[in-house]
Design a protein. Structure first.
Length: 172
């Protein structure tokens, strides 16, 4: 059976670099529509569905969340990193990822665990932003990072699928 993979970009399209997650998700949806990748490989959903996806009755096998974060020493502007939940929970709590109109992602993930819902594998791609003012576009640094993250997600998905399809064996 093909794994169910859901991609969700979060952010506010009116607040500069905060739109980074939305832009990456749209890029991936567009590539899927144009059949640049296997159209059955993943589903791109609206950010408002994060809670529903994580607490619903039909959990995904893998949920990929993409969001901008306030820059810090570990995540300077224009850089990005992939965090895996729950393994990187401590790093997620300090990355300050969360959009301006919902609960932050760390809170949502923690609440879904408390509810004892079956948790999918979760990858969070955090992109360090530079400008979050109303009406400004993506900074040059974040535009470069957005393209890199979209390419890395596709690469990570190919590697993950290959690993999922290869049985683990201990042969003498």
């Amino acid at each position: 059976m093909t794994p169910r993979i859901i991609i969700i970009g979060t952010g506010n399209p009116l607040r500069g670099d905060d739109a980074a997650g939305l832009v990456v998700a749209e890029m991936l949806a567009d590539r899927s529509r144009r059949c640049e990748v296997d159209a059955q490989e993943y589903t791109v959903l609206d950010a408002e569905l994060v809670w529903d996806v994580l607490t619903g009755d039909e959990p995904a096998d893998l949920v990929i969340l993409i969001d901008a974060a306030e820059p810090n020493d570990a995540l300077p502007s224009g850089s990005w990193r992939r965090l895996t939940f729950p393994q990187d929970h401590a790093a997620l709590a300090t990355t300050n990822v969360g959009d301006t109109h919902t609960l932050n992602l760390d809170t949502i993930l923690s609440l879904s665990r408390v509810l004892k819902k079956p948790m999918p594998r979760i990858w969070l791609y955090a992109i360090g932003g530079l400008q979050f003012g109303i009406g400004c576009g993506l900074s040059d640094e974040v535009q470069r990072a957005v393209r890199e993250v979209a390419a890395w997600i596709e690469s990570d998905l190919r590697a993950w699928r290959a690993m999922e399809e290869t049985p683990c064996m201990n042969s003498p």
